[in-house]
Write a protein that binds this ligand. Sequence first.
Ligand code: TRP
Length: 598
Amino acid sequence: MAEDPRTPAMHTAMEIVKGALSAVLGFPLGRSTIGSKISEGDKGRITVQLASEEKPGPEAMLRVQEVINGIVEKDLSCHVFTMARAAADAAYGDAMYDKFEVPAEVTTLTLFYLEGLALHAAPHTYLPSTGGVGRIQITKERYMTAKRQLEVMFNVLPAAGASTTLPPPPPCPTCEPPPPEAVEPLRTSVPRLLEEENGTGGEQGGAPAAVAGGSGGGQVVTPWEVEADEEVDYNKLVVAFGSQLISEDMVARVERLTNRRAHRFLRRGLFFSHRDLNQLLDLYEKGEKFYLYTGRGPSSEALHLGHLVPFQFTQWLQEAFGVPLVIQLTDDEKFLFKSNLPLAETHRLARENARDIIACEFDPAKTFMFSDLDYIKELYPVVLQIQKFVTFNQTRGIFGFNDSTNIGCIAFPAVQAAPSFSVAFPKVLGKANMPCLIPCAIDQDAYFRMTRDVAPRLRYPKPALIHSKFFPGLQGPKGKMSASELGTAVFVTDTQKQVEQKVKSSFSGGQDTKEKQLELGANLSVDVAYQYLGFFLEDDDEYRQIGEDYAAGRLLTGQVKKRLVEVLWEVVGKHQRLRAAVTDEQLERFMSVRPLEY
Ligand code: TRP
Protein backbone atom coordinates (compact mmCIF):
# COMPACT_ATOMS: atom_id res chain seq x y z
CA MET A 1 0.00 0.00 0.00
CA ALA A 2 1.35 3.41 -0.93
CA GLU A 3 2.01 5.72 1.98
CA ASP A 4 -0.17 8.78 2.36
CA PRO A 5 1.90 11.60 0.85
CA ARG A 6 0.25 14.16 3.15
CA THR A 7 2.92 14.06 5.82
CA PRO A 8 3.41 16.62 8.60
CA ALA A 9 6.48 17.84 6.74
CA MET A 10 4.51 18.41 3.55
CA HIS A 11 1.70 20.21 5.36
CA THR A 12 4.27 22.40 7.07
CA ALA A 13 5.97 23.09 3.75
CA MET A 14 2.64 24.14 2.28
CA GLU A 15 2.13 26.71 5.02
CA ILE A 16 5.63 28.08 4.51
CA VAL A 17 5.15 28.44 0.77
CA LYS A 18 1.82 30.19 1.28
CA GLY A 19 3.25 32.60 3.85
CA ALA A 20 6.20 33.46 1.63
CA LEU A 21 4.02 34.02 -1.45
CA SER A 22 1.70 36.29 0.46
CA ALA A 23 4.57 38.27 1.99
CA VAL A 24 6.52 38.78 -1.22
CA LEU A 25 3.69 39.22 -3.69
CA GLY A 26 1.68 41.38 -1.36
CA PHE A 27 -1.71 39.74 -1.14
CA PRO A 28 -3.62 39.13 2.09
CA LEU A 29 -3.25 35.78 3.74
CA GLY A 30 -6.94 35.27 4.45
CA ARG A 31 -9.30 33.95 1.79
CA SER A 32 -6.61 33.86 -0.86
CA THR A 33 -5.90 30.14 -1.17
CA ILE A 34 -7.93 28.72 -4.03
CA GLY A 35 -6.63 25.19 -3.70
CA SER A 36 -3.70 23.05 -2.66
CA LYS A 37 -2.59 19.51 -3.27
CA ILE A 38 0.09 17.23 -1.93
CA SER A 39 1.09 14.30 -4.10
CA GLU A 40 3.46 11.38 -4.07
CA GLY A 41 7.15 12.11 -4.30
CA ASP A 42 6.92 15.02 -1.83
CA LYS A 43 5.37 17.28 -4.40
CA GLY A 44 3.12 20.17 -3.54
CA ARG A 45 0.95 22.59 -5.47
CA ILE A 46 -0.87 25.67 -4.29
CA THR A 47 -3.09 28.12 -6.16
CA VAL A 48 -3.52 31.60 -4.77
CA GLN A 49 -5.49 34.70 -5.64
CA LEU A 50 -3.24 37.69 -6.28
CA ALA A 51 -4.17 41.22 -5.36
CA SER A 52 -2.50 42.88 -8.31
CA GLU A 53 -2.93 42.57 -12.05
CA GLU A 54 0.74 42.15 -12.49
CA LYS A 55 2.17 38.77 -13.37
CA PRO A 56 4.92 38.09 -10.83
CA GLY A 57 8.25 38.37 -12.61
CA PRO A 58 11.22 36.05 -12.19
CA GLU A 59 12.73 38.36 -9.60
CA ALA A 60 9.65 38.16 -7.43
CA MET A 61 9.69 34.37 -7.65
CA LEU A 62 13.34 34.33 -6.68
CA ARG A 63 12.44 36.41 -3.64
CA VAL A 64 9.73 33.93 -2.74
CA GLN A 65 12.31 31.15 -2.89
CA GLU A 66 14.72 33.15 -0.72
CA VAL A 67 12.08 33.85 1.87
CA ILE A 68 11.13 30.18 1.95
CA ASN A 69 14.78 29.24 2.50
CA GLY A 70 14.99 31.82 5.27
CA ILE A 71 11.97 30.43 7.07
CA VAL A 72 13.38 26.91 6.94
CA GLU A 73 16.85 27.99 8.03
CA LYS A 74 15.49 29.93 10.98
CA ASP A 75 13.77 26.79 12.24
CA LEU A 76 10.78 28.80 13.47
CA SER A 77 8.36 27.19 15.91
CA CYS A 78 5.10 25.99 14.46
CA HIS A 79 2.27 26.63 16.87
CA VAL A 80 -0.64 24.26 16.50
CA PHE A 81 -3.69 24.54 18.68
CA THR A 82 -7.41 23.91 18.66
CA MET A 83 -10.04 26.47 19.43
CA ALA A 84 -13.79 26.91 19.41
CA ARG A 85 -14.61 28.27 15.99
CA ALA A 86 -16.58 31.21 17.31
CA ALA A 87 -13.64 32.29 19.47
CA ALA A 88 -11.22 31.92 16.57
CA ASP A 89 -13.54 33.90 14.30
CA ALA A 90 -13.70 36.68 16.82
CA ALA A 91 -9.96 36.71 17.40
CA TYR A 92 -8.60 36.15 13.93
CA GLY A 93 -11.37 36.78 11.43
CA ASP A 94 -10.73 35.86 7.84
CA ALA A 95 -6.96 35.62 8.07
CA MET A 96 -7.06 31.91 8.90
CA TYR A 97 -9.37 30.79 6.12
CA ASP A 98 -8.94 29.64 2.55
CA LYS A 99 -11.15 30.90 -0.23
CA PHE A 100 -13.67 28.16 0.42
CA GLU A 101 -15.97 28.24 3.38
CA VAL A 102 -15.36 25.77 6.16
CA PRO A 103 -18.75 24.03 6.58
CA ALA A 104 -20.96 25.47 9.27
CA GLU A 105 -21.04 22.11 11.11
CA VAL A 106 -17.38 22.54 12.00
CA THR A 107 -17.39 24.21 15.39
CA THR A 108 -13.84 23.47 16.54
CA LEU A 109 -10.82 24.48 14.51
CA THR A 110 -7.23 23.31 14.45
CA LEU A 111 -4.99 26.24 13.72
CA PHE A 112 -1.45 26.43 12.47
CA TYR A 113 0.45 29.61 13.33
CA LEU A 114 3.89 30.74 12.31
CA GLU A 115 4.69 33.99 14.00
CA GLY A 116 4.20 36.95 11.72
CA LEU A 117 3.96 34.75 8.63
CA ALA A 118 1.13 32.30 8.58
CA LEU A 119 -2.13 31.41 10.20
CA HIS A 120 -4.33 28.67 8.84
CA ALA A 121 -7.34 26.73 10.01
CA ALA A 122 -6.88 23.17 8.75
CA PRO A 123 -7.16 19.80 10.46
CA HIS A 124 -3.64 18.60 9.73
CA THR A 125 -0.61 17.52 11.69
CA TYR A 126 2.52 19.59 11.33
CA LEU A 127 6.16 19.50 12.34
CA PRO A 128 7.11 21.27 15.59
CA SER A 129 9.35 23.68 13.71
CA THR A 130 10.15 24.70 10.16
CA GLY A 131 13.71 23.38 10.12
CA GLY A 132 12.52 19.81 9.95
CA VAL A 133 10.98 20.26 6.53
CA GLY A 134 14.25 20.08 4.65
CA ARG A 135 14.64 21.90 1.39
CA ILE A 136 11.64 23.36 -0.38
CA GLN A 137 12.28 24.02 -4.04
CA ILE A 138 9.83 25.86 -6.25
CA THR A 139 9.84 23.97 -9.53
CA LYS A 140 7.32 25.81 -11.64
CA GLU A 141 4.70 28.50 -11.57
CA ARG A 142 1.80 29.31 -13.81
CA TYR A 143 -0.02 32.62 -13.91
CA MET A 144 -3.62 32.76 -15.03
CA THR A 145 -4.13 36.28 -16.28
CA ALA A 146 -7.90 36.46 -16.44
CA LYS A 147 -8.38 35.17 -12.93
CA ARG A 148 -5.27 36.78 -11.47
CA GLN A 149 -4.37 33.46 -9.96
CA LEU A 150 -0.96 31.97 -9.48
CA GLU A 151 -0.28 28.26 -9.29
CA VAL A 152 3.01 27.27 -7.72
CA MET A 153 4.53 23.79 -7.79
CA PHE A 154 7.24 22.73 -5.37
CA ASN A 155 9.29 19.75 -4.31
CA VAL A 156 10.45 18.95 -0.83
CA LEU A 157 13.79 17.27 -0.33
CA PRO A 158 13.46 15.97 3.22
CA ALA A 159 15.96 17.06 5.84
CA ALA A 160 18.69 14.58 6.60
CA GLY A 161 17.46 12.01 9.09
CA ALA A 162 13.84 12.93 8.64
CA SER A 163 11.55 10.09 7.86
CA THR A 164 8.10 10.35 6.53
CA THR A 165 7.13 7.24 8.44
CA LEU A 166 7.67 8.81 11.86
CA PRO A 167 4.48 9.21 13.86
CA PRO A 168 3.18 12.75 14.03
CA PRO A 169 5.03 14.76 16.68
CA PRO A 170 3.31 15.62 19.95
CA PRO A 171 1.73 19.05 20.10
CA CYS A 172 4.29 21.70 20.92
CA PRO A 173 4.39 22.73 24.60
CA THR A 174 4.08 26.44 23.97
CA CYS A 175 1.08 26.23 21.72
CA GLU A 176 -1.19 28.74 23.35
CA PRO A 177 -3.37 30.56 20.85
CA PRO A 178 -1.66 33.85 20.03
CA PRO A 179 -3.47 36.98 21.22
CA PRO A 180 -5.55 38.65 18.53
CA GLU A 181 -3.17 41.64 18.46
CA ALA A 182 -0.32 39.36 17.47
CA VAL A 183 -2.31 38.10 14.53
CA GLU A 184 -3.78 41.48 13.65
CA PRO A 185 -1.19 42.26 10.97
CA LEU A 186 -1.98 38.93 9.32
CA ARG A 187 -5.69 39.51 9.35
CA THR A 188 -5.65 42.53 7.27
CA SER A 189 -2.45 42.61 5.44
CA VAL A 190 0.35 40.61 4.03
CA PRO A 191 2.65 38.81 6.41
CA ARG A 192 5.64 40.64 7.71
CA LEU A 193 8.89 39.52 6.15
CA LEU A 194 11.64 38.10 8.27
CA GLU A 195 13.60 40.50 10.44
CA GLU A 196 16.68 40.57 8.22
CA GLU A 197 14.59 42.44 5.66
CA ASN A 198 15.39 45.69 7.38
CA GLY A 199 12.58 44.37 9.52
CA THR A 200 10.84 47.18 11.19
CA GLY A 201 9.20 45.42 14.04
CA GLY A 202 5.91 45.67 12.22
CA GLU A 203 3.78 48.72 12.75
CA GLN A 204 0.36 47.23 13.30
CA GLY A 205 -1.54 46.85 10.13
CA GLY A 206 1.75 47.61 8.46
CA ALA A 207 0.75 46.60 4.98
CA PRO A 208 -0.90 46.94 2.59
CA ALA A 209 -3.29 49.80 2.52
CA ALA A 210 -5.37 47.84 0.11
CA VAL A 211 -7.36 45.39 2.11
CA ALA A 212 -9.61 43.98 -0.56
CA GLY A 213 -11.16 40.76 0.64
CA GLY A 214 -9.61 41.03 4.08
CA SER A 215 -11.41 42.23 7.13
CA GLY A 216 -11.36 45.66 5.59
CA GLY A 217 -14.60 44.31 4.24
CA GLY A 218 -13.87 44.57 0.54
CA GLN A 219 -12.77 48.17 0.88
CA VAL A 220 -9.71 49.59 -0.75
CA VAL A 221 -8.32 52.72 0.81
CA THR A 222 -4.98 53.97 -0.39
CA PRO A 223 -3.72 57.49 -0.99
CA TRP A 224 -4.84 57.11 -4.61
CA GLU A 225 -7.94 55.07 -4.41
CA VAL A 226 -10.98 54.86 -2.21
CA GLU A 227 -13.31 52.08 -3.13
CA ALA A 228 -16.10 50.50 -1.18
CA ASP A 229 -19.18 48.56 -2.23
CA GLU A 230 -21.44 50.60 -0.01
CA GLU A 231 -20.47 53.29 2.45
CA VAL A 232 -16.94 53.15 3.80
CA ASP A 233 -16.99 51.19 7.08
CA TYR A 234 -14.72 53.28 9.28
CA ASN A 235 -14.74 50.85 12.19
CA LYS A 236 -13.35 48.16 9.93
CA LEU A 237 -10.80 50.58 8.58
CA VAL A 238 -9.54 51.26 12.07
CA VAL A 239 -9.12 47.54 12.64
CA ALA A 240 -7.48 47.10 9.24
CA PHE A 241 -5.02 49.93 9.73
CA GLY A 242 -4.42 49.25 13.42
CA SER A 243 -5.27 52.75 14.61
CA GLN A 244 -7.55 53.66 17.53
CA LEU A 245 -11.02 55.17 17.63
CA ILE A 246 -11.24 58.54 19.33
CA SER A 247 -13.27 58.10 22.50
CA GLU A 248 -15.51 60.63 24.18
CA ASP A 249 -13.03 60.68 27.04
CA MET A 250 -10.33 61.75 24.67
CA VAL A 251 -12.43 64.59 23.28
CA ALA A 252 -13.11 65.67 26.87
CA ARG A 253 -9.40 65.56 27.59
CA VAL A 254 -8.66 67.81 24.62
CA GLU A 255 -11.28 70.23 25.92
CA ARG A 256 -9.73 70.24 29.40
CA LEU A 257 -6.23 70.78 28.07
CA THR A 258 -7.14 73.55 25.68
CA ASN A 259 -9.76 75.14 27.84
CA ARG A 260 -12.20 75.36 25.01
CA ARG A 261 -15.05 73.50 23.42
CA ALA A 262 -13.91 70.82 20.99
CA HIS A 263 -14.12 71.65 17.30
CA ARG A 264 -17.35 70.36 15.74
CA PHE A 265 -15.32 67.87 13.65
CA LEU A 266 -14.27 66.27 16.94
CA ARG A 267 -17.65 66.60 18.61
CA ARG A 268 -19.32 64.86 15.66
CA GLY A 269 -16.76 62.13 15.18
CA LEU A 270 -15.63 63.40 11.78
CA PHE A 271 -12.08 63.20 13.04
CA PHE A 272 -12.61 59.72 14.39
CA SER A 273 -9.34 57.82 14.64
CA HIS A 274 -5.85 58.41 15.97
CA ARG A 275 -2.46 56.96 16.72
CA ASP A 276 -0.71 57.78 20.00
CA LEU A 277 -2.71 60.94 20.65
CA ASN A 278 -2.85 60.17 24.38
CA GLN A 279 0.93 59.96 24.61
CA LEU A 280 1.24 63.28 22.80
CA LEU A 281 -1.25 64.88 25.18
CA ASP A 282 0.67 63.43 28.15
CA LEU A 283 3.76 65.25 26.95
CA TYR A 284 1.80 68.42 26.30
CA GLU A 285 0.41 68.26 29.80
CA LYS A 286 3.96 68.13 31.13
CA GLY A 287 4.74 71.30 29.22
CA GLU A 288 6.36 69.83 26.13
CA LYS A 289 5.18 71.55 22.97
CA PHE A 290 4.56 69.53 19.85
CA TYR A 291 4.31 70.76 16.28
CA LEU A 292 1.61 70.09 13.72
CA TYR A 293 2.31 68.75 10.25
CA THR A 294 -0.16 68.52 7.40
CA GLY A 295 -0.10 68.96 3.64
CA ARG A 296 -1.73 69.13 0.28
CA GLY A 297 -0.98 67.68 -3.12
CA PRO A 298 -1.39 70.59 -5.55
CA SER A 299 -3.14 68.85 -8.42
CA SER A 300 -5.79 71.45 -9.17
CA GLU A 301 -6.37 75.14 -9.13
CA ALA A 302 -9.52 75.15 -7.08
CA LEU A 303 -10.07 73.40 -3.80
CA HIS A 304 -13.36 71.76 -3.00
CA LEU A 305 -15.04 71.75 0.38
CA GLY A 306 -13.47 68.41 1.31
CA HIS A 307 -10.03 69.98 0.96
CA LEU A 308 -10.91 72.59 3.56
CA VAL A 309 -11.71 70.00 6.21
CA PRO A 310 -8.18 69.10 7.35
CA PHE A 311 -7.04 72.71 7.14
CA GLN A 312 -9.93 74.10 9.15
CA PHE A 313 -9.27 71.49 11.77
CA THR A 314 -5.52 72.06 11.78
CA GLN A 315 -6.09 75.79 12.19
CA TRP A 316 -8.23 75.06 15.22
CA LEU A 317 -5.57 72.78 16.69
CA GLN A 318 -2.91 75.42 16.15
CA GLU A 319 -4.94 78.02 17.95
CA ALA A 320 -6.20 75.75 20.72
CA PHE A 321 -2.79 74.32 21.60
CA GLY A 322 -0.75 77.35 20.59
CA VAL A 323 1.69 75.28 18.56
CA PRO A 324 3.75 75.74 15.39
CA LEU A 325 2.70 74.15 12.12
CA VAL A 326 4.44 73.02 8.95
CA ILE A 327 2.46 72.51 5.74
CA GLN A 328 3.92 70.47 2.91
CA LEU A 329 2.86 71.14 -0.67
CA THR A 330 3.77 68.04 -2.62
CA ASP A 331 4.28 69.44 -6.10
CA ASP A 332 6.76 66.60 -6.67
CA GLU A 333 4.16 63.99 -5.75
CA LYS A 334 1.53 65.30 -8.11
CA PHE A 335 4.02 65.49 -10.96
CA LEU A 336 5.04 61.87 -10.40
CA PHE A 337 1.61 60.37 -9.82
CA LYS A 338 -0.43 62.23 -12.42
CA SER A 339 0.12 61.53 -16.07
CA ASN A 340 -0.72 64.94 -17.44
CA LEU A 341 0.71 67.57 -15.13
CA PRO A 342 4.02 69.23 -15.98
CA LEU A 343 6.33 69.96 -13.08
CA ALA A 344 6.18 73.70 -13.64
CA GLU A 345 2.42 73.47 -13.39
CA THR A 346 2.33 71.60 -10.07
CA HIS A 347 4.89 74.08 -8.74
CA ARG A 348 2.66 76.97 -9.79
CA LEU A 349 -0.41 75.26 -8.33
CA ALA A 350 1.43 74.84 -5.02
CA ARG A 351 1.64 78.62 -4.67
CA GLU A 352 -1.95 79.10 -5.78
CA ASN A 353 -3.18 76.52 -3.28
CA ALA A 354 -1.03 78.15 -0.61
CA ARG A 355 -3.25 81.23 -0.89
CA ASP A 356 -6.33 79.11 -0.21
CA ILE A 357 -4.59 77.59 2.76
CA ILE A 358 -3.62 80.96 4.15
CA ALA A 359 -7.29 81.93 3.80
CA CYS A 360 -8.03 79.31 6.46
CA GLU A 361 -6.59 81.85 8.91
CA PHE A 362 -3.40 80.24 10.06
CA ASP A 363 -1.15 82.21 12.37
CA PRO A 364 1.67 83.65 10.21
CA ALA A 365 4.08 83.70 13.14
CA LYS A 366 3.50 80.02 13.79
CA THR A 367 3.12 78.58 10.28
CA PHE A 368 5.67 77.51 7.69
CA MET A 369 4.41 76.36 4.32
CA PHE A 370 6.72 74.92 1.69
CA SER A 371 6.74 73.45 -1.78
CA ASP A 372 8.80 70.26 -1.87
CA LEU A 373 10.60 71.54 -4.96
CA ASP A 374 11.73 74.63 -3.07
CA TYR A 375 12.50 73.08 0.30
CA ILE A 376 14.01 69.78 -0.85
CA LYS A 377 17.57 70.78 -0.02
CA GLU A 378 16.71 71.04 3.67
CA LEU A 379 14.51 67.96 3.55
CA TYR A 380 16.88 65.74 1.62
CA PRO A 381 19.18 64.54 4.41
CA VAL A 382 16.14 63.27 6.32
CA VAL A 383 14.60 61.81 3.16
CA LEU A 384 17.80 59.84 2.57
CA GLN A 385 17.88 58.45 6.09
CA ILE A 386 14.34 57.19 5.62
CA GLN A 387 14.98 55.79 2.15
CA LYS A 388 17.88 53.78 3.44
CA PHE A 389 15.68 51.93 5.90
CA VAL A 390 12.64 51.22 3.79
CA THR A 391 12.78 48.46 1.20
CA PHE A 392 10.85 48.26 -2.04
CA ASN A 393 9.08 45.27 -0.57
CA GLN A 394 7.74 47.30 2.29
CA THR A 395 6.36 50.08 0.12
CA ARG A 396 4.99 47.57 -2.34
CA GLY A 397 2.94 46.13 0.46
CA ILE A 398 1.88 49.45 1.91
CA PHE A 399 1.13 51.34 -1.28
CA GLY A 400 0.46 48.61 -3.79
CA PHE A 401 3.39 49.53 -6.03
CA ASN A 402 4.39 46.98 -8.62
CA ASP A 403 7.18 46.33 -11.10
CA SER A 404 5.82 48.90 -13.54
CA THR A 405 5.55 51.77 -11.05
CA ASN A 406 7.87 54.63 -11.94
CA ILE A 407 10.74 54.83 -9.47
CA GLY A 408 9.91 58.41 -8.51
CA CYS A 409 6.65 57.17 -7.00
CA ILE A 410 8.48 54.44 -5.16
CA ALA A 411 10.89 56.93 -3.61
CA PHE A 412 8.28 59.58 -2.87
CA PRO A 413 6.82 58.23 0.39
CA ALA A 414 10.08 59.13 2.12
CA VAL A 415 9.49 62.75 1.10
CA GLN A 416 6.06 62.80 2.71
CA ALA A 417 7.47 61.03 5.76
CA ALA A 418 10.38 63.42 6.35
CA PRO A 419 8.43 66.40 7.77
CA SER A 420 7.18 64.08 10.53
CA PHE A 421 10.60 64.46 12.13
CA SER A 422 11.50 67.86 13.50
CA VAL A 423 15.14 67.46 12.38
CA ALA A 424 13.80 68.31 8.93
CA PHE A 425 13.25 71.88 10.16
CA PRO A 426 16.46 73.08 11.80
CA LYS A 427 15.85 76.71 10.86
CA VAL A 428 12.12 76.62 11.45
CA LEU A 429 11.62 74.59 14.63
CA GLY A 430 15.25 74.54 15.71
CA LYS A 431 14.81 71.44 17.76
CA ALA A 432 15.39 67.74 17.23
CA ASN A 433 12.93 65.15 18.51
CA MET A 434 10.07 67.56 18.94
CA PRO A 435 6.83 65.54 19.13
CA CYS A 436 4.70 65.76 15.99
CA LEU A 437 0.95 65.51 15.41
CA ILE A 438 -0.36 64.94 11.90
CA PRO A 439 -4.00 65.74 11.10
CA CYS A 440 -4.96 64.08 7.82
CA ALA A 441 -7.69 62.17 6.02
CA ILE A 442 -7.55 58.45 6.74
CA ASP A 443 -6.39 57.66 3.19
CA GLN A 444 -3.01 59.25 3.98
CA ASP A 445 -2.40 56.79 6.78
CA ALA A 446 -0.33 54.50 4.57
CA TYR A 447 2.46 57.10 4.45
CA PHE A 448 2.52 57.39 8.17
CA ARG A 449 2.38 53.68 8.91
CA MET A 450 5.59 53.54 6.96
CA THR A 451 6.93 56.61 8.80
CA ARG A 452 6.13 55.17 12.21
CA ASP A 453 7.70 51.87 11.22
CA VAL A 454 10.99 53.46 10.32
CA ALA A 455 11.13 56.02 13.17
CA PRO A 456 12.68 53.77 15.85
CA ARG A 457 15.45 52.72 13.50
CA LEU A 458 16.38 56.37 13.04
CA ARG A 459 15.89 57.02 16.75
CA TYR A 460 13.26 59.64 16.09
CA PRO A 461 9.92 59.77 17.91
CA LYS A 462 6.97 58.31 16.03
CA PRO A 463 4.54 61.01 14.90
CA ALA A 464 1.04 60.91 16.41
CA LEU A 465 -1.89 61.06 14.02
CA ILE A 466 -5.47 62.17 13.98
CA HIS A 467 -7.58 60.94 11.04
CA SER A 468 -10.70 62.31 9.40
CA LYS A 469 -13.41 60.50 7.54
CA PHE A 470 -13.89 61.24 3.86
CA PHE A 471 -15.96 64.14 2.76
CA PRO A 472 -18.83 62.72 0.68
CA GLY A 473 -19.30 63.69 -2.95
CA LEU A 474 -22.49 65.30 -4.15
CA GLN A 475 -23.62 62.03 -5.71
CA GLY A 476 -23.74 60.33 -2.36
CA PRO A 477 -21.73 57.91 -0.32
CA LYS A 478 -20.60 55.90 -3.32
CA GLY A 479 -19.66 58.81 -5.52
CA LYS A 480 -16.11 60.01 -5.41
CA MET A 481 -15.28 63.68 -5.49
CA SER A 482 -12.83 64.69 -8.07
CA ALA A 483 -11.09 67.98 -8.48
CA SER A 484 -11.21 67.42 -12.22
CA GLU A 485 -14.93 66.72 -12.47
CA LEU A 486 -16.57 69.97 -11.52
CA GLY A 487 -20.05 68.51 -11.03
CA THR A 488 -18.97 66.12 -8.30
CA ALA A 489 -18.16 68.67 -5.61
CA VAL A 490 -18.75 72.18 -4.32
CA PHE A 491 -15.66 74.25 -5.01
CA VAL A 492 -14.47 77.20 -2.98
CA THR A 493 -14.57 79.21 -6.22
CA ASP A 494 -18.23 78.48 -6.94
CA THR A 495 -20.75 81.29 -7.13
CA GLN A 496 -23.76 81.36 -4.86
CA LYS A 497 -25.87 80.25 -7.80
CA GLN A 498 -23.59 77.27 -8.45
CA VAL A 499 -23.64 76.26 -4.80
CA GLU A 500 -27.41 76.38 -4.92
CA GLN A 501 -27.63 74.28 -8.08
CA LYS A 502 -25.18 71.71 -6.81
CA VAL A 503 -26.90 71.31 -3.48
CA LYS A 504 -30.23 71.00 -5.26
CA SER A 505 -28.97 68.16 -7.43
CA SER A 506 -27.19 66.38 -4.58
CA PHE A 507 -28.08 62.83 -3.62
CA SER A 508 -30.97 62.73 -1.20
CA GLY A 509 -31.98 60.22 1.42
CA GLY A 510 -35.49 61.62 1.43
CA GLN A 511 -38.50 60.04 -0.25
CA ASP A 512 -39.57 60.73 -3.84
CA THR A 513 -42.81 62.45 -2.96
CA LYS A 514 -43.91 64.81 -0.23
CA GLU A 515 -46.53 62.35 0.94
CA LYS A 516 -44.05 59.51 1.27
CA GLN A 517 -41.52 61.75 3.01
CA LEU A 518 -44.12 62.81 5.58
CA GLU A 519 -44.93 59.20 6.19
CA LEU A 520 -41.53 57.52 6.07
CA GLY A 521 -38.91 60.21 6.66
CA ALA A 522 -35.39 60.40 5.26
CA ASN A 523 -32.49 57.99 5.41
CA LEU A 524 -29.88 60.28 6.97
CA SER A 525 -26.92 57.98 6.45
CA VAL A 526 -26.99 58.48 2.68
CA ASP A 527 -28.36 62.02 2.58
CA VAL A 528 -25.66 64.33 1.28
CA ALA A 529 -27.26 67.57 2.48
CA TYR A 530 -27.56 66.28 6.02
CA GLN A 531 -23.99 65.02 6.00
CA TYR A 532 -22.66 68.33 4.72
CA LEU A 533 -24.50 70.05 7.56
CA GLY A 534 -22.63 67.74 9.91
CA PHE A 535 -19.39 69.17 8.59
CA PHE A 536 -20.33 72.84 8.42
CA LEU A 537 -23.30 73.71 10.61
CA GLU A 538 -21.79 74.89 13.88
CA ASP A 539 -24.89 74.86 16.09
CA ASP A 540 -25.23 71.40 17.68
CA ASP A 541 -28.83 71.89 18.74
CA GLU A 542 -29.97 72.96 15.32
CA TYR A 543 -28.05 70.13 13.70
CA ARG A 544 -29.61 67.54 15.99
CA GLN A 545 -33.07 68.98 15.52
CA ILE A 546 -32.78 68.91 11.73
CA GLY A 547 -31.66 65.29 11.93
CA GLU A 548 -34.58 64.28 14.12
CA ASP A 549 -37.19 66.14 12.11
CA TYR A 550 -35.87 65.07 8.73
CA ALA A 551 -35.64 61.40 9.73
CA ALA A 552 -39.16 61.52 11.14
CA GLY A 553 -40.61 63.11 8.03
CA ARG A 554 -41.33 66.46 9.66
CA LEU A 555 -38.86 68.16 7.33
CA LEU A 556 -38.74 67.90 3.54
CA THR A 557 -35.57 67.48 1.51
CA GLY A 558 -36.03 70.92 -0.03
CA GLN A 559 -36.05 72.58 3.38
CA VAL A 560 -32.89 70.84 4.49
CA LYS A 561 -31.15 71.73 1.25
CA LYS A 562 -32.19 75.33 1.57
CA ARG A 563 -30.60 75.55 5.01
CA LEU A 564 -27.48 73.87 3.66
CA VAL A 565 -27.13 76.44 0.87
CA GLU A 566 -27.10 79.19 3.51
CA VAL A 567 -24.54 77.39 5.60
CA LEU A 568 -22.28 76.57 2.67
CA TRP A 569 -22.47 79.98 1.14
CA GLU A 570 -21.33 81.41 4.43
CA VAL A 571 -18.27 79.15 4.29
CA VAL A 572 -17.57 79.63 0.59
CA GLY A 573 -18.27 83.37 0.54
CA LYS A 574 -16.03 83.94 3.54
CA HIS A 575 -13.30 81.86 1.96
CA GLN A 576 -13.47 83.90 -1.24
CA ARG A 577 -13.20 87.17 0.66
CA LEU A 578 -10.26 85.97 2.73
CA ARG A 579 -8.46 84.48 -0.24
CA ALA A 580 -8.81 87.65 -2.28
CA ALA A 581 -7.23 89.54 0.60
CA VAL A 582 -4.09 87.39 0.71
CA THR A 583 -1.20 89.54 -0.46
CA ASP A 584 2.03 88.52 -2.19
CA GLU A 585 3.92 89.65 0.91
CA GLN A 586 1.85 87.41 3.12
CA LEU A 587 2.45 84.50 0.77
CA GLU A 588 6.21 85.17 0.88
CA ARG A 589 6.16 85.32 4.63
CA PHE A 590 4.36 82.02 5.07
CA MET A 591 6.70 80.36 2.58
CA SER A 592 9.98 81.73 3.82
CA VAL A 593 12.35 79.66 5.93
CA ARG A 594 12.41 81.36 9.33
CA PRO A 595 12.10 80.46 13.01
CA LEU A 596 8.51 79.98 14.09
CA GLU A 597 7.16 81.26 17.37
CA TYR A 598 6.19 78.77 20.01
N1 TRP B 1 -0.17 63.47 -0.14
C1 TRP B 1 -1.09 64.48 0.27
C2 TRP B 1 -2.07 64.78 -0.85
O1 TRP B 1 -2.01 64.23 -1.90
C3 TRP B 1 -0.37 65.75 0.66
C4 TRP B 1 0.36 65.66 1.96
C5 TRP B 1 1.71 65.76 2.15
C6 TRP B 1 -0.21 65.49 3.26
N2 TRP B 1 2.04 65.65 3.44
C7 TRP B 1 0.90 65.51 4.16
C8 TRP B 1 -1.51 65.36 3.74
C9 TRP B 1 0.68 65.35 5.53
C10 TRP B 1 -1.71 65.20 5.10
C11 TRP B 1 -0.61 65.20 6.00
O2 TRP B 1 -2.97 65.55 -0.66
